[in-house]
Design a protein around this ligand. Structure first.
Ligand code: ASP
Length: 438
């Protein structure tokens, strides 16, 4: 029998009703032996997340103000859940410990982590599972990165001591021995780290959507859900703005070839999105797996007659960017032109300086900077080796009167990136979706 790690996000654990759904989901599959819990999220649009309230407590305490009224509201969230679930356990001792810590020496990460800690306790009681405190099994280095070696060794032993257990997400112990958290949304990372530590067969990430969508629903009406996506495809789409998981959650699972399944706690009957290692995928449903993009790019174009014959031309242009810590996204070249696509915000403070330095270093005929560019990535394993994808893509976009400023096909064939004016961005995404999906 394989082992599954199931992580439930804040909206899946926001109140007693949500806990009941989680209980049913866990009970439905005996392989769901390890469960990672977030802190209670919003119950309705204007509600506050417990983690946000805990950060408020810290700000108040650190400023010498009284955090107790806010903390009392946090306590009440948990008391309400315990009462509604009729659980015979109490968190009063834990509340007191936190109050004391807050009064003596308020510590930001410690306080923020208590949302997950307390919710983990409630969920363990609700499921009848054991409890593993990640403070004893997840370790950070001094620079804040995960100490993988120490973590995997300790965590796998700690978790496997229990047949079934709940592990709070979001935190571990820092190099100074104090509680330290991942960045916001970091329970996703805990889930992946636990899955990796115990060699799980699957990492289920339960949230409030039925998976990853093929396109942003703000620009495409009712986009289809992606049934299956490979890790390399996911990397391309998330880099270009599609969000589904915390970025750092992908690496631990990917490095151990553990598939991830994004599922919806409110619709457990939906299969969700499966993120699988390359080689484990099924044939794609559509030629493209998804389309995503970002605004806010600029292009810097250098022109010089007979540029092609000059050795080191590109290096001189890129050095000027590198010195200012500007990283480049794409570098399309012609015979006598070279364009560098960069983030507009990165280049903005340096424009006149860059132009004069590159002019000096390359003796270029002209240098122009164009701002307000959006990049759109069309990604899909179905595109690899398929004839005609680029021409369909260009026709779809240009038939809407949109000028394509740049096109760049990744050498793996897995993606094509186009650059368009920001004003055409939404229209272009829509046109691409219509062409390849609808
Ligand atoms: N509760 C934390 C946050 O709101 C971590 C998480 O939910 O993943 O960021």
């Amino acid at each position: 029998m394989g082992i599954k790690v199931a992580k439930f996000g804040g909206s899946s654990l926001a109140d007693a009703q949500a806990f009941r759904k989680v209980k049913d989901i866990v009970a439905a599959d005996p392989e769901r032996r390890y469960v990672v819990a977030s802190a209670p999220g919003k119950r309705f649009a204007e509600d506050e997340k417990v983690t946000d309230m805990l950060y408020q407590c810290y700000e108040l305490a650190a400023a010498g103000k009284d955090p107790i009224p806010v903390f009392a509201a946090v306590e009440n969230r948990y008391r309400q859940i315990l009462t509604d679930l009729a659980l015979p356990c109490s968190l009063e001792e834990e509340f007191q410990t936190i109050r004391t810590a807050m009064a003596q020496a308020p510590c930001r990460d410690y306080l923020a982590s208590r949302g997950e800690y307390l919710n983990g306790k409630v969920l363990a009681a609700c499921l009848g599972y054991g409890f593993v405190d990640p403070a004893e099994g997840i370790f950070f280095r001094e620079d804040g990165s995960l100490d993988e070696k120490k973590t995997y060794k300790t965590l796998s032993r700690l978790v496997k001591e229990q047949e079934r257990a709940v592990i709070p997400g979001f935190y571990g112990t820092g190099a100074d021995g104090r509680i330290r958290t991942f960045t916001r949304g970091g329970s996703d990372v805990t889930g992946a780290v636990v899955a990796r530590a115990i060699g799980a067969q699957l990492y289920e990430n339960w949230t409030d959507v039925s998976g990853m969508l093929m396109a942003d629903p703000r620009y495409v009406e009712n986009p289809e859900t992606i049934g299956m996506i490979t890790y390399p495809e996911l990397r391309e789409l998330t880099y270009m703005g599609a969000t589904v998981l915390h970025e750092d959650a992908v690496f631990p699972a990917r490095s151990a070839n553990i598939p991830i399944n994004i599922r919806n706690t409110n619709r457990p009957q939906d299969p969700g999105t499966r993120i699988v290692p390359q080689g484990a995928e099924q044939p794609p449903v559509h030629v493209i797996t998804g389309v995503a993009g970002r605004k806010g790019f600029a292009s810097l174009t250098v022109e010089k007659d007979r540029m092609n014959a000059e050795l080191g031309f590109g290096r001189r242009v890129l050095s000027a960017l590198e010195e200012r810590k500007i990283s480049f996204e794409h570098l399309p070249t012609g015979i006598d032109t070279l364009s560098v696509f960069v983030l507009q915000a990165d280049i903005a403070p340096w424009k006149p300086e860059l132009i004069s330095e590159i002019m000096h270093a390359t003796q270029a005929d002209s240098i122009t900077i164009e701002e307000g560019i959006a990049l759109i990535a069309v990604v899909g394993r179905g595109m690899v080796g398929t004839v005609g994808v680029a021409s369909r893509l260009l026709t779809a976009v240009e038939s809407k009167g949109i000028h394509v400023k740049m096109i760049d096909q990744g050498s793996s064939g897995l993606n094509i990136i186009i650059g368009v004016c920001e004003k055409d961005y939404e229209k272009a995404i829509h046109a691409i979706y219509q062409e390849f999906v609808k």
